[in-house]
Design a protein. Structure first.
Ligand code: NFS
Length: 662
């Protein structure tokens, strides 16, 4: 087999650790997604790529060519109808994934409130904040009583048949009114997903503009409700992240320990594994097997969840899931739901590694299933660890690229940004807004989402470098955040090295990185709340669409990314992806790229080149600065002592000793 170091016309491997592992003899029989992209050898279907292949009934599949009369659907469906239907089905799938994850977290939250889980309520302040949003009485009540009532109300949001989603009232007032006027306020989360599937069934909704309103409504049910509930209840239960040092990349695996990687999304299992891995009986077992303990490491968004809250290292992001196994050093990869490639079981066959599925919804051929019992999380976690420990002695040759692990400071929740930039005594977004107004920070860019084997794996880095070089503060989540961590952009020193002078000055003063890790993909809801806080702080307009801000998922892969992009655009943000499956219809591209801006103040755009993509984000940020009247030449205003004192007056970063280099 040829050892791959990149390929033409598809993704290039730039990641040193990946190349090291694939270049080592230990992995010589491993076939990876990079190989498959190359060996497929056929160009992607134009109809599929452009969104105009309809297979929603058995008269087709119909491949539609926009503007060619004979090439409409058998039923008469036009390119824009088909593209819109396909597009909102993608949004519904993404929303369903986030919503089902959120529902599980709420079940776990309710069990915790009832005292039926090994966890407890960690963030009472946030519990009270959310209780107020839902109108739950808090005075003189036990935290578990409040949590139980809140949990039940949160669960009811999914099946709500009347009224609209409660969490919408956390958006800026003007935005709420706009959604009401346009009739896109989501009702029940599940109802929106169901209605999307219904309306896109053969012979139901035929008008692309009407179809797109349902797409907007469904995505809002994701961002402003399901994902946001998941983030908030998880924070209340496991603790709201504060800045913490951690490490990332394949080099975090340990030669002398039992390596257990946790891959997927729901942190309930991962948190239970963290607790179980510290128990004396488990540690004694590991020792008996000849290991120096258990090394837990994350993959994908489960990785982000335990990284943000516990500083557990991340072994790899989506694009590295096969490489984690190809080291030969992993005793068990424990998976739950979403973004787990079927190929991991095939890769594991080359080694002693067990792939352990844990969720009844997500089983795999050639994997071991050990159901995670919600009634006994710790017991389930211990059984899984015992299985991994038993594998340690079977480990054969392995190769861990020890030089490739990167330090980073992570844990930038909305609350942390508030404390850090506002200082302990102020807790506000005022300094952030002021620094945007005075131009030290040009604006804010969200770099989020997946990785994709058919695109360069440097996409995130190129975008983020261009943004920070131009004084744009970057907020990152998901696998994008992991890619940026691997690039060394999540240390305070990265600001001095790579950021423009204004952004570098702010970062140096506060001691924060120019790229802030805000969590997993459901945690994109943190960015919505941060944007709302910036609006409410004043001076940057009265809606999210007024902010000098933009968002991208430069190497997106999952349907969840489309839902995320849509709810950001519908919330007023300029969102740019490298491609979108709508380009087979001129009316649909016109709608996404132009009409949406008139309707929502935010819109979609596409640009495959990462640097040009970043430049388009910057151009949008500048357009917003101009509209706000803050576009005058951005002066270099040096911080005086008083301003420095204000910004460094405390906050959680200082508390955990992260002011210095990571
Ligand atoms: Ni987001 Fe996370 Fe990664 Fe993409 Fe998958 S892990 S939820 S979907 S690939 S960022």
């Amino acid at each position: 087999m040829t050892r791959r170091t990149g390929c033409e016309g598809c993704g290039e491997i730039s990641c040193t650790s990946t190349m090291e592992v694939l270049g080592n003899d230990v992995s010589k029989n491993v076939n990876t997604a990079y190989d498959r992209v190359q060996s497929r050898g056929m160009a992607a279907c134009l109809f599929g790529s452009g969104g105009t292949c309809c297979r929603n009934c058995n008269m087709g599949p119909c491949q539609i060519i926009d503007g060619v009369e004979e090439m409409i659907g058998v039923c008469g469906a036009t390119a824009e109808t088909v593209a819109a239907r396909n597009y909102i089905r993608t949004i519904a799938a993404g929303t369903a994934a986030h919503a089902d994850h959120a529902r599980e977290m709420i079940f776990g939250f309710i069990a915790t409130a009832r005292g039926e889980s090994p966890h407890s309520i960690q963030d009472e302040e946030k519990l009270h904040m959310l209780a107020e949003v839902f109108g739950v009485e808090t005075e003189d009540r036990d935290k578990n009583d409040i949590a139980l009532e809140l949990g039940k109300l949160a669960l009811a949001e999914f099946g709500k048949q009347e009224g609209t989603q409660t969490m919408l009232n956390r958006a800026p007032k003007k935005r709420q009114e706009l959604w009401k006027r346009l009739g896109v306020e989501p009702r029940g989360v599940d109802r929106e997903v169901t209605e999307t599937m219904h309306r896109t069934h053969m012979g139901v909704d035929q008008h692309y503009k009407n179809i797109m309103l349902q797409g907007a409504r469904t995505s809002l049910a994701d961002g402003w409700s399901a994902s946001m509930l998941s983030t908030d209840l998880t924070d209340i239960m496991f603790g709201t992240p504060v800045p913490i040092r951690a490490q990332i990349d394949l080099g975090v695996l340990k030669g002398d320990m039992v390596n257990v990687t946790v891959h997927g999304h729901e942190p309930l299992l991962a948190e239970a594994l963290c607790l179980a891995a510290q128990q004396d009986d488990i540690l004694a077992l590991a020792k008996k097997a000849g290991a120096n303990g258990i090394n837990l490491a994350g993959v994908c968004c489960t990785g982000n969840e335990i990284l943000m809250r516990r500083g557990i290292p991340v072994a790899g992001s989506f694009i590295q899931q096969e490489m984690v196994l190809a080291t030969g050093a992993v005793e068990a990869m424990v998976v739950d739901i979403q973004c787990i490639m079927q190929s991991v079981a095939e890769v594991a066959k080359n080694f002693h590694t067990d792939i352990i599925t844990t969720n009844y919804r997500a089983k795999m051929p050639d994997a071991i299933h050990m159901q995670f019992e919600e009634e006994d999380p710790l017991g389930s976690a211990k059984e899984i660890l015992k299985k991994a420990i038993a594998n340690f002695k079977k480990r054969g040759d392995f190769y861990i690229p020890t030089k490739t692990k990167f330090d980073m400071v992570v844990g930038f929740s909305h609350e942390t940004i508030n404390y850090m930039l506002g200082g302990r005594f102020r807790n506000s977004y005022r300094p952030l807004n002021d620094n945007i107004i005075n131009g030290r920070i040009r604006g804010v860019g969200a770099v989020v989402g997946c990785e994709n084997y058919k695109m360069t794996d440097e996409g995130h880095v190129k975008v983020a470098m261009e943004l920070i070089k131009n004084d744009v503060l970057v907020l990152a989540t998901g696998c994008a955040a992991q890619a940026l961590g691997r690039a060394g952009l999540m240390t305070p020193e990265a600001a001095t090295e790579h950021a423009g002078p204004g952004l570098a000055e702010v970062c140096e003063t506060v001691g924060m990185p120019p790229v802030l890790h805000m969590g997993s993909c459901v945690d994109n809801s943190r960015i919505l709340i941060a944007a709302t806080a910036m609006v409410e702080e004043g001076g940057l307009g009265d809606d999210i669409s007024d902010l000098p801000a933009a968002g991208t998922a430069p190497t997106w892969m999952s349907e969840k990314a489309v839902s995320i992009g849509e709810y950001f655009a519908v919330s007023g943000v300029y969102v740019i992806f490298p491609n979108l499956p709508v380009t087979g219809s001129r009316k649909m591209t016109g709608y996404l790229f132009e009409d949406m801006e008139e309707m929502y103040g935010g819109r979609w755009d596409i640009e495959p080149d990462p640097v040009k993509l970043a430049q388009k984000m910057i151009a949008h940020i500048d357009k917003k600065r101009q509209a706000l009247g803050i576009d005058k030449k951005r002066e270099r205003v040096l911080f005086d002592m008083e301003m420095r004192r204000d910004l460094t007056s405390g906050g959680p970063l200082k508390d955990v000793g992260c002011h210095g280099p990571a």
